[in-house]
Design a protein around this ligand. Structure first.
Ligand code: PMP
Length: 402
């Protein structure tokens, strides 16, 4: 059983001595080990990868490929292809722009999802490359697989699904949805931005086709992330690379060229080698903590937040208490703008939370929440004390408007 003790974990994040960090759904902190792995790489084997024969180049190439294997193992996707990207947004766009769409194709999206898992698909419709989008209109945070199934038509080519809502913090039943997609021969793209940091993942068991994630939300460096593609994806469903250039090419003859097979296809140009090494260290750090421990801890803190906040007069909690959760809770305080609540939480108690629309305008419009919500999101280094201080300070803020 991997060891899990938030008080010990906190020692790896010195900034936590000075403040309470509850903005992990936006970006997590990075532990000492991740920063040191990058510094070590910078000092000892900073070189380009896959291009040189000298010692530094070979060392960098080896570490970069090792990082890829570490990430594949972390995601439970050893047989798939894992390309390093900048973030979830880039990964989703590689899929959206790379698939050879037919004008009759339709895509199913979920209204409550993040812009980064909506706009890449909406754009295809706006550019006339597909027939239309069929949107699941759920705005409660709880997604019933039957709602996806109802939206799938004869022409549906792909379902774009958020694994966990970055507003509600609820986890979608991806396995059931993947089974429906398999049954109906529809592709499944999962936006894993909010689940790669929190859940033990088994992508091959889930049975999705594409999985996008970001490193900066899972203790890794900014500007890192990945796109995993299932080994079952073939033919026109294998995205054509968005970028062409050095590193992704097998041969060039005249003006024609053939791309390499495998992950390098989507990594044209010099990749973020040091970032990939840092991201792999983050995955190893999380593996040492045990992803089941991380998941249980974050969910327990979310439930504590819901219970405490829901009791405060004037506070509305939007995260459903009885759903599977990742650690994120959205709420509003009557009479106080979410940005003001966030500002006051910081000023009064040094608590960092996010406020606003959370890149989910369609959801916020449907809920008629013009200012959005306040979002507190816990992770492995947060404690019950952090949550209790959030609740007590929110109570003071709510009390000010009586
Ligand atoms: N999807 C979800 C569910 C997210 O929460 C986020 C980040 N807030 C993204 C996609 C986009 O991630 P990134 O900005 O790292 O590309």
């Amino acid at each position: 059983m991997p060891s899990f003790d938030p008080d010990t974990i906190r020692c790896d994040f010195p900034i936590l001595e000075r403040l309470i960090y509850l903005d992990n759904a936006a970006t997590s902190l990075s532990p000492r080990q991740v920063i040191e792995a990058q510094v070590t790489a910078e000092y000892n084997y900073r070189a380009n990868v896959g291009r040189g024969i000298h010692r530094l180049s070979r060392m960098a190439t080896h570490q970069y490929q090792e990082a890829r294997e570490t990430l594949k193992k972390f995601l439970g996707g050893e047989h798939g292809t894992l390309s390093f990207t900048k973030n979830t947004t880039e990964s989703a766009n590689i899929v959206a722009q790379g698939i050879h769409w037919k004008k009759t194709d339709r895509i199913v999206t979920v209204l409550q999802d993040h812009h980064s898992n909506l706009l890449p698909w909406y754009r295809l419709k706006n550019d006339g490359l597909i027939e239309d989008i069929d949107a699941v209109t759920t705005v409660s945070g709880i997604l019933d697989p039957a709602e996806i199934e109802t939206c799938i038509t004869r022409n549906t080519r792909l379902v774009a699904l958020g694994h966990a809502s970055n507003v509600f913090g609820t986890i979608a039943p991806v396995k059931e949805i993947a089974d429906i997609c398999k049954d109906k021969e529809v592709l499944l793209h999962i936006d894993g931005a909010q689940t790669a940091p929190h859940l033990p993942l088994e992508l091959e068991k889930i049975g999705c086709d594409y999985f996008s994630f970001s490193g900066h939300k899972m203790l890794g460096p900014m500007g890192t992330g990945g796109l995993w593609i299932s080994p079952d994806v073939s033919g026109d469903d294998v995205p054509v690379p968005l970028c062409a250039g050095g590193g992704m090419v097998q041969s060039v003859r005249g003006t024609t060229f053939a791309t390499v097979d495998g992950p390098g296809r989507y990594e044209a140009g010099t990749p973020n080698v040091i970032g990939a090494i840092g991201l792999a260290e983050a995955a190893q750090y999380l593996t040492r903590l045990g992803m089941k421990n991380v998941a249980d801890h974050s969910a327990a803190l979310a439930r504590r937040m819901i219970e405490g906040l829901a009791e405060i007069p004037g506070v509305r909690v939007y995260t459903p208490a009885d759903a599977p959760l990742i650690g994120t809770v959205s709420f509003t305080v009557d009479g106080v703008h979410p940005h003001e609540v966030a500002y006051l939480l910081d000023e009064a108690a040094g608590i960092m939370v996010r406020s606003g629309e959370h890149c989910c305008q369609p959801l916020m419009h449907a809920l008629c929440l013009n200012g959005g919500t306040v979002r507190a999101s816990a992770y492995c280094y947060n404690t019950e004390d952090d949550v209790d201080l959030l609740i007590a300070t929110t109570e003071e803020i709510a009390g000010m408007v009586k």
